[in-house]
Design a binder for this molecule. Structure first.
Ligand code: NAD
Length: 424
């Protein structure tokens, strides 16, 4: 039994640890690729003595990544990447059972959220792991002295990668970052199947609504939006998509969904789900036209997709209706519902992505961290893709774990594909 690191951590209640440990072990069973990496890390100790700070959603899957990094020799601390996404029992177990200092409390206020990020930065990391780029942003703006220790970092999500590319463009970024989100074995599966399933799971747990027959409006037909649309359709919803990108709008149309501007969708939707990574996608001009009983939620990274202050302005009263459901009574007698305070609904009201999809995302994280330690000196302060061999290796290992076999190119086929004059 490992000893508690009670002093270093700030979690809700260490007494929750036993429940957290069971959750972590359950998730581990569904993360075979990460298990293989962990075995290799235990043997080779590639992260030995490297200080790392990980600002990630503190879930049972993240715990398995943290344990893998620790077992590879890393000196790791963990903090939350969102005030509502922490699983308190998991945070307690990480601190108590696995001796990984953890700073995360579900429902923490903004001040505590940033204090926790500061605590993680005071570890003076050599590697940063981010989900949304809050850790890097705080480091580069509030803790500039510590930047000299950092050799590299990783970023988990689309919004974080966008922020980091903007930093690299204007010269603010000071060290190389690997965009884990952009690996094929990450966004094709985590963003699509993970967000697709867990977003609907969050809505169902919060509302217990029957989705069949409802008009579900999905803003954004990116990797996440495609997954959410696919799962909503599977539950019998009449799915409507809103987009700003003509190619994505065309794709949604040919996938069989109705596409229209939000101004029109606002009038007919029963449930609205934003997954754009953009701000004010649902705003005052939409709330005005929504039907009585309309439900709104967000699965994009930040809680800016639904303009909550505009919603508060048109409301005469706001009260909780159920856990993670707030009712806004409008002056004209309607009731509009906001889920999870506009934060990622799959993490606020459900448990985030299932472990088997996070297996690939976090395998990318672990192997990218190892890669950074070996290659950081050759890299510039830019955003880099996950090296292709890592991506392919993860796909191979995942297929093996699922007992799926694939064909191999024959020498003749390889030659055919590599030449320009065959087949003429
Ligand atoms: N909930 C989760 O667990 C989870 C998981 C992965 C990613 N994310 C987050 O979800 C968001 C979307 O990620 P993605 O990978 O799908 O990104 P993406 O870039 O593939 O897709 C975003 C889509 O939104 C569209 N869009 C932008 N502004 C819009 C507007 N005003 N109205 C309608 N459409 C608009 C874009 O054209 C694009 O097609 C990001 O913030 C990402 O960080 C959340």
């Amino acid at each position: 039994m490992e000893t508690a690191n009670k002093l270093a951590s700030d979690v809700r209640d260490l007494a929750l640890a036993e429940r957290g440990k069971r959750k972590i072990e359950w998730a581990n069973q569904h993360m075979p690729v990460l298990q293989l990496i962990r075995k290799q890390f235990i043997k080779e100790q590639p992260l030995k003595g490297i200080r790392m700070s990980a600002c990630l959603h503190v879930t049972s899957e993240t715990a398995n990544l943290a344990i893998t990094l620790r077992d590879g020799g890393a000196d790791l601390v963990v903090c939350a990447s969102n005030p509502l996404s922490t699983q308190d029992e998991v945070a307690a177990s990480l601190a108590k059972d696995y001796n990984i200092p953890t700073f995360a409390i579900k429902g923490e206020d903004n001040e505590t959220y940033y204090n926790h990020i500061t605590a993680a930065l005071d570890h003076q990391p050599q590697i940063t792991l981010d989900d949304g780029a809050d850790l890097v942003t705080q480091l580069l703006t509030k803790k500039k002295d510590y930047v000299r220790h950092v050799i590299g970092g990783t970023e988990e999500t689309t919004t974080g990668v966008i922020r980091l590319r903007a930093m690299a463009k204007d010269g603010t970024l000071k060290y190389p970052i690997i965009a884990v989100n952009d690996a094929l074995t990450k966004h094709l599966f985590d963003n699509r199947y993970g967000t697709g399933q867990s977003t609907l799971d969050g809505i169902l747990r919060a509302t217990n609504l029957l989705i069949a027959g409802l008009k579900v409006v999905i803003a954004g037909y990116g990797w996440c939006g495609r997954g959410v649309a696919m799962r909503a359709k599977g539950l019998g919803a009449d799915v409507i998509v809103t987009e700003v990108n003509p190619v994505r709008a065309l794709e949604a149309t040919m996938d069989g969904f109705r596409v229209m501007p939000m101004a029109d969708a606002a009038k007919i939707g029963d449930i609205f789900i934003t997954v754009t990574g953009n701000k004010s996608v649902l705003a005052a001009e939409h709330f005005e036209h929504m039907k009585n009983g309309a439900v709104m939620c967000n699965s994009g990274h930040f809680n800016v997709e639904i303009d909550i202050s505009a919603l508060e302005k048109i409301a005469i009263a706001r009260k909780p209706a159920r856990p993670f459901v707030d009712e806004f009574a409008t002056k004209d007698g309607r009731k509009l519902y906001l889920l999870g305070d506009g934060r990622l609904i799959n993490l606020a009201a459900a448990e985030g992505h299932p472990a088997s999809v996070m297996d690939m995302s976090f395998a990318n994280q672990a192997l990218s961290v190892e890669y950074l330690i070996k290659h950081a000196s050759e890299l510039q302060p830019q955003v880099y893709p996950v090296p292709e061999p890592i991506d392919r290796q993860i796909a191979k290992l995942k297929l093996e774990s699922m007992h799926v076999q694939v064909d191999k190119l024959t020498a003749d086929q390889e030659h055919y594909l590599a030449s320009w004059d065959e087949g003429t």
